[in-house]
Design a protein around this ligand. Structure first.
Ligand SMILES: NC(=O)c1ccc[n+]([C@@H]2O[C@H](COP(=O)([O-])OP(=O)(O)OC[C@H]3O[C@@H](n4cnc5c(N)ncnc54)[C@H](OP(=O)(O)O)[C@@H]3O)[C@@H](O)[C@H]2O)c1
Length: 285
């Protein structure tokens, strides 16, 4: 039986998950297809019910359905419960289990690609939206010592900062410009951009939240934006001679963890990364 996998979202056209997931399935000779399905909020319930069929191994979920699927599942794991969002559903003999591989994928990509372990480190998170929240919780679980959240809308940074403190990690919130930001950046071991600044066709396509003189050479700079592959922030960090990691790695590593859950096989991460990079390049990223 050919098994079915895929990703749902609205819109979904932009997703490159089918490209790198199918490359991994084909590389290992697994008889399964990975598709993308545009599913509206009204259609999510029926769609998820159909995942209990024997040929369905599961799906990835992207915006805007990551929270909406939670009550439709039989079980939700600890990461997904903490995040309040599910990005992976596994059909386990008709029972639907929800997982969230975004946080673990983020941590794994940093560990494998740069050797970064959050334990005892200082991290600066730029942004306070959905990606920032998930990444903050992952860093807290990873044992980060202290955090600074910088955001344009300070109230949103304050909300994340409170959540961090409730979870036992010292956290400050600062505006995304000015001296407090520079101070936080210059003393950070890890800087993660979770704003849409620098994203192609985004609100500030050519902008960078930090300039080279605000980035220490000892820092690791991870931009979760992956279109373009080399963002303005990554270029500033290269000028500062910092270690850099682009957002495609987080995307592929979260997908690789989902792959492992569905197939029970070690994901061929290098194959997935190569397929994802080629696809982005073919889209002019
Ligand atoms: N690599 C991956 O796997 C991965 C995963 C998830 C997301 N992402 C990327 O991460 C980025 C953020 O996603 P999200 O889901 O967190 O979005 P979101 O919830 O909409 O948050 C957007 C963030 O960007 C800030 N922002 C937007 N325009 C800005 C501007 N002109 N100047 C300064 N700050 C600005 C917002 O600040 P305010 O609060 O002030 O509006 C907010 O902090 C997107 O580019 C997305 O593609 C990548």
């Amino acid at each position: 039986m050919t098994h079915r996998l895929g990703i749902i979202g609205y819109p979904i056209e932009h997703s490159i998950s089918p490209v790198f997931q199918q490359a991994a399935l084909d590389h290992l000779g697994i008889d399964a297809t990975y598709e993308k399905w545009e599913v509206t909020s009204e259609e999510v319930g029926d769609f998820v019910t159909r995942l209990r069929a024997p040929d369905a191994w599961g799906i990835n979920i992207t915006l805007p359905h990551k929270q909406a699927v939670v009550p439709l599942l039989d079980e939700v794991d600890e990461w997904a419960t903490t995040a309040g969002a599910v990005n992976t559903i596994v059909n386990h003999h008709g029972r639907l289990i929800g997982h969230n591989t975004d946080g673990p994928g983020f941590l794994e990509s940093l560990l494998v690609e740069t050797g970064y372990d959050p334990k005892g480190t200082r991290a600066l998170i730029l942004g306070a939206g959905g990606a920032a929240r998930g990444i903050m919780l992952a860093l807290i679980r990873g044992g980060v010592d202290s955090l600074v959240i910088a955001n344009r809308t300070l109230e949103r940074a304050d909300t994340l900062s409170k959540l961090s403190i409730e979870n036992g990690v010292n956290c400050e919130s600062v505006p995304i410009s000015g001296d407090p930001l520079t101070e936080a950046a210059l003393s950070a071991d890890l800087i993660v951009n979770c704003t849409s600044v620098g994203m192609s066709h985004g609100p500030d396509e050519y902008g960078s939240p930090l300039s080279a003189d605000q980035i220490p050479a000892t820092a690791i700079v991870n931009d979760v934006v992956y279109n373009p592959l080399e963002t303005p922030l990554i270029r500033e960090a290269q000028t500062a001679e910092a270690t850099t990691l682009g957002g495609l790695h987080m995307l592929v590593y979260q997908g690789a963890l989902s792959f492992q859950m569905w197939t029970g096989q070690d994901p061929p991460v290098a194959v997935m990364l190569e397929a994802a990079t080629k696809e982005m390049a073919s889209r002019g990223a």
